[in-house]
Design a protein around this ligand. Sequence first.
Ligand code: HEC
Length: 169
Amino acid sequence: MHSPIMSIPRGVATALRTTALTAALIGAAGVAAQQASTEPITTPVTIDLSALPVLGAPWREDNPYRGDAQVAEIGRALFNQACARCHGDDGNATHHVGTDLRRLDSYCFAKIKDLAARRHCLRDNDHYFKESVLRGKIRVGVTHMPPWEGVLTQEAVWSLKTFLESRRP
Ligand code: HEC
């Protein structure tokens, strides 16, 4: 079975911009990046995501899995493999370089009482989350977070968001 996440990490390859490294990445059986430079790059993702309901393209504007406990469990495993080294085990970011992603939606709940407006706030955050994950965080040439485009599928990204939502403080 060819897992959807095993495709060649295009985003990573583009970000690294050297053909030697690109070849090394492709050589690694298309598995997500190996630690091949001093830049923080994506780690291999081997979590089985085949139980996630298929979404395909195009990208949804809202997290389509919101509130799904089974999806959150898969997202948790993926998070701990791919994100925890910077955002902490289970998202507990204390003593880590990355943000506490469990609090991403806090503003929507703390400040917004109107339910329609709150949904809008969550949608806004879903969009920001998706864009952050796909593009990474690269500023003035420094990779604070690697881009995950081409490594993580739409299903994978929303499973991560679903997990983080299940851990809201
Ligand atoms: C190499 C370390 C590293 C890894 C791995 C990493 N991140 Fe990040 N991430 C960061 C850092 C550092 C920031 C803050 C960057 C900044 O804004 O300057 C960040 C920011 C973010 C943001 C924006 C948060 C905000 O409040 O603005 C999101 C969303 C995010 N990461 C999600 C993820 C997810 C999901 C994963 C796993 C697929 C992941 N990250 C893996 C380091 C990492």
